[in-house]
Design a protein around this ligand. Structure first.
Ligand SMILES: [Zn+2]
Length: 240
């Protein structure tokens, strides 16, 4: 019997809210590629431009390069709505301003599914997670509630953003406690190409993260073994 349940497929719009360029590509791009091929509309909201992510490149240049790479990467999996907020990479704070900006995006896109960073302390296998991911994931979960309450962040109403209480699930790729999965056997190659689009970022990396194919394949095979298919993408699914 499968250890993971099937991800819901009865949705038409999803919004991914993550801290950095490459966060979707290291976790959920295979699922996104499958969903967009099925006609679902998916948008990405990046909280930072990942400008502190390349040790050998000045942040101002890294911000430009990484924004461009993220747009190319998203297009490969069928995502053309890519927005960037200008929060600082590496020092993302759990602020009300951050929640308000995410809530505003949720009200604009009106998604049924929100995908965000794993905000647990660790990754599967026990490696420690980082602060930006914990902050982004938690703020996004809170912003889903904020988006649904007309009396929270009332200035959004003045901007014409009516409440949106249609988010049914929040999904965390890369969670150490996965509950659901999607078969990505048919979209795995697109997910690899999507990560490879982060060329400048990958060129500056060393170790297992620098080569997208084996890293993503290993992750997808492990999820596939738990789900009962060759390659899968797993999520911790929170029902709202
Ligand atoms: Zn990240």
């Amino acid at each position: 019997m499968s250890e993971l349940a099937a991800m819901p497929s009865d949705f038409t719009r999803a919004l991914a809210v993550v801290a950095h360029p490459d966060d979707m590509e290291y976790g959920a791009a295979g699922a996104v590629a499958r969903w967009t091929a099925e006609g679902k509309k998916i948008a990405y909201l990046l909280l930072t431009r990942g400008e502190a992510g390349i040790d050998t490149m000045e942040p101002a240049e890294a911000a430009r390069v990484r924004e461009r790479e993220q747009r190319e990467s998203a297009a490969i999996v069928g995502v053309t709505d890519v927005e960037f907020l200008d929060y600082p990479d590496g020092v993302l704070e759990p602020s009300l301003a951050l929640r308000r900006d995410i809530a505003a995006a949720i009200r604009r896109y009106r998604p049924e599914l929100v995908i965000t960073n794993n905000f647990r302390e660790t990754w599967p296998g026990g490696a420690l997670n980082m602060a930006d991911h914990r902050v982004a994931g938690q703020a996004t979960l809170d912003a889903v509630r904020d988006a649904a309450n007309r009396w929270v962040f009332r200035e959004l109403l003045e901007d014409g953003l009516e409440k949106w209480d249609g988010v049914r699930w929040v999904a965390l790729p890369g969670s150490p406690h996965p509950t659901h999965a999607v078969d990505i056997t048919g979209s795995f190659e697109a997910s690899v190409a999507s990560l490879r689009a982060h060329a400048a970022y990958l060129a500056a990396l060393e170790g297992e993260l620098a080569d997208p194919e084996p890293f993503l394949r290993d992750m997808a095979e492990q999820a596939g073994a738990q789900f009962g298919c060759p390659l899968a993408c797993s999520f911790e699914l929170l029902t709202m």
